[in-house]
Write a protein that binds this ligand. Structure first.
Ligand code: N01
Length: 546
């Protein structure tokens, strides 16, 4: 054997040179590869997971499914794809959506440009060479003039820093890091901490397996019935026949979702009986957009919102037999719709089961995890397994975890110390040639995400094409454009009821995170037009250079 060992680490092989490096291979990263390849650019995506799919790869908890209807929640870029794919249910389950994403990866031969099991740890722009250098936890070094962050909005799972967690003798899980082989809770005593969308979806199913389920609730959330069911063949046929028109119509709406006629009346302009009949019809129909579209002012006028909030509280009181539990489940600290409105199947009904107990950890916060359970209010709840449905460091978490910097300037995390600063949610001043797909300051999580992803990536692709045609090598937002956009994002949020809720939209679920409203709630349609106008006006607000 030679005494000179060949160094096989990727770094020793020198930097991989690309035209564009993409971080993440979820729905955004895959579409980025598709678009970049069409431009003839050499691109590669680096993905931390061992498979493609992002959110839908990681969130495998029982009951995980999308709350946007499956015929809407899909890529619109290829008509054959949308015609041929069959969604078996009204709302896609996680396994079904992941199967779809894998199908897309195969159908468009995207896998060959994805490197799995690889987490990007740093990204540094060198102003002299005009190139980004990215490094990974597998010692890869990648160099490219452009970098696209397709890192997702809800991709940094968060387990609160409970004392004693490491001494727990049972097993614990986070909704966003669920074991691939699944978890069998049959006959176990289980504690679920958290009642956001993830908790609300998993609780009814875990309750069917567990011998005893304790739900530790800090904040009650509004949830509406999903009314899920098998896909209606007639609905599928009509939808597919109208797909192009429906996709175009979705782009004219605030949430990028078609099929819900915009409301015309204020909730306060109709008699109570008529209003309640309207809410009743929406409750029976299922779905959150439809319900929030009952009236024009549910998200902007507290008095109007109170009517809808009280309607749902009364529904909860009607479903849950134990009135103390019902009152705990009926949200009173935020207007309906200002936190992500959950969709469920038998969530409130689950609290009528003998093996389910709701524990209020608002009045008595969790003191610690003990070796055998959860202690709150001086009571030990003995459990065999704990599920943390405690959410994510949303919107900025994944980007802040990467050491992103330009020359000797501040890191992105430092620049965002007091909240994210972007222009259009697409780029950050001081970080040239780095695009973010559905970044903070864009409609992102307040829309049908795949439409938002396509709108962003199409804009980025057009921008790269324009730059190439003009011989431009560099683009970044002007500081004033960024400042004005951030101001606008806040101003729009402040004109709504959203800031009245302590939500992850505001970062309030992460201790110490700056309280800044992160998504743009001015509506997808207006936003997309604004992005298009910016491009048409010569990339107004951006500086391009050679
Ligand atoms: O997370 P969340 P999620 N002690 O942040 C509680 C998308 N999604 O994973 O509200 C006790 O909403 C926390 O309490 P509080 C969707 O956009 C979509 O459920 O902070 N409790 C809250 O109840 C969604 O909004 C789908 O007081 C603690 C819960 O944990 C987003 O992902 C499905 C605690 C976290 O709720 C996130 O949803 C699933 C503590 N120390 C997710 N810390 C669909 O498409 C936190 N909590 C249907």
């Amino acid at each position: 054997m030679s005494d000179v060992q060949e160094d096989l680490r990727p770094a020793a092989r020198g930097a991989v040179s690309l035209d564009v490096v993409v971080v993440g291979a979820g729905l955004a990263g895959l579409y980025a590869l598709y678009r970049l390849r069409k431009l003839g650019l050499k691109a590669r995506a680096f993905e931390a997971g061992s498979g493609v799919g992002g959110t839908w790869f990681w969130n495998r908890y029982p009951g995980a499914r999308c709350d946007v209807e499956s015929l809407e929640y899909s890529y619109a870029f290829d008509d054959d794809l949308q015609q041929e794919w069959h969604w078996p249910e009204r709302y896609g389950t996680q396994p079904e959506i992941l199967r779809y994403i894998n199908h897309v990866a195969d159908r468009f031969d995207l896998r060959k440009d994805v490197q799995l099991d690889t987490r990007v740890t740093s990204a540094e722009f060198d102003p002299a060479s005009g190139r980004w250098t990215l490094r990974t936890d597998r010692d890869d070094v990648i160099s490219a003039p452009f970098c696209i962050m397709a890192t997702g909005n809800l991709s940094t799972p968060r387990v609160p820093d409970f004392a004693g967690i490491h001494d727990f003798k049972g097993k614990w899980y986070h909704s966003g890091l669920w074991p691939h082989e699944g978890v069998d809770f049959t006959g176990l005593r289980v504690g679920v901490i958290g009642t956001g969308s993830s908790g609300v979806q998993m609780i009814p199913l875990i309750a069917q397996q567990a011998s005893q389920l304790y739900v530790f609730q800090r904040t009650a959330n509004f949830s509406l019935p999903a009314r899920n069911g098998e896909m209606d063949p007639e609905k599928e046929r009509t939808h597919k026949a109208e797909y192009p028109a429906r996709r175009a119509a979705a782009w004219e709406t605030p949430f990028a979702i078609a099929g819900h006629p915009a409301p015309t009346k204020s909730a306060l302009d109709v008699p109570e009986a008529e209003r309640n009949a309207q809410y009743e019809a929406k409750w029976a129909e299922g779905g959150s957009i439809s319900f929030l579209y009952s009236y024009t002012d549910l998200l902007v006028n507290k008095e109007a919102n109170d009517t809808a909030s009280e309607f749902v509280r009364n529904k909860i009181r009607g479903i849950v037999k134990d009135q103390r539990t019902a009152e705990l489940l009926a949200p009173k600290d935020h207007p309906i719709g200002t936190k992500r409105l959950c969709l469920d199947t038998n969530y409130y009904e689950t609290y009528n089961r003998d093996n389910v107990t709701l524990v209020d950890v608002r009045s008595a916060p969790i003191e610690r995890i003990t070796p055998t359970g959860v202690r709150t209010g001086g009571v030990d709840y003995e459990v065999d397994a704990i599920v943390f449905a405690t959410g994510f460091d949303a919107m900025t978490g994944a980007l802040r975890e990467i050491d992103i910097r330009t020359g000797n300037g501040p890191t992105l995390a430092e620049k965002w110390e007091y909240g994210p600063l972007t222009y259009l949610g697409l780029m950050v001043a001081g970080f040239p040639n780095m695009f973010i797909i559905t970044g903070p300051g864009s409609p992102s999580v307040k829309t049908q995400m795949i439409a938002a992803i396509q709108q962003h990536m199409d804009w980025i692709a057009d921008c790269l094409e324009t730059m190439r045609a003009k011989g431009m090598k560099r683009i970044e937002p002007r500081a004033e454009a960024e400042r004005d956009w951030v101001h606008h994002v806040n101003e729009v949020a402040d004109s709504t009821l959203y800031p009245l809720a302590n939500s992850w939209y505001l970062g309030s679920n992460i201790p110490g995170k700056p309280r800044v409203f992160m998504p743009y709630v001015g509506g997808f349609a207006g936003y997309a037009k604004r992005c298009a106008a910016v491009a048409e006006n010569g990339y107004e607000g951006f500086v391009m250079g050679r």
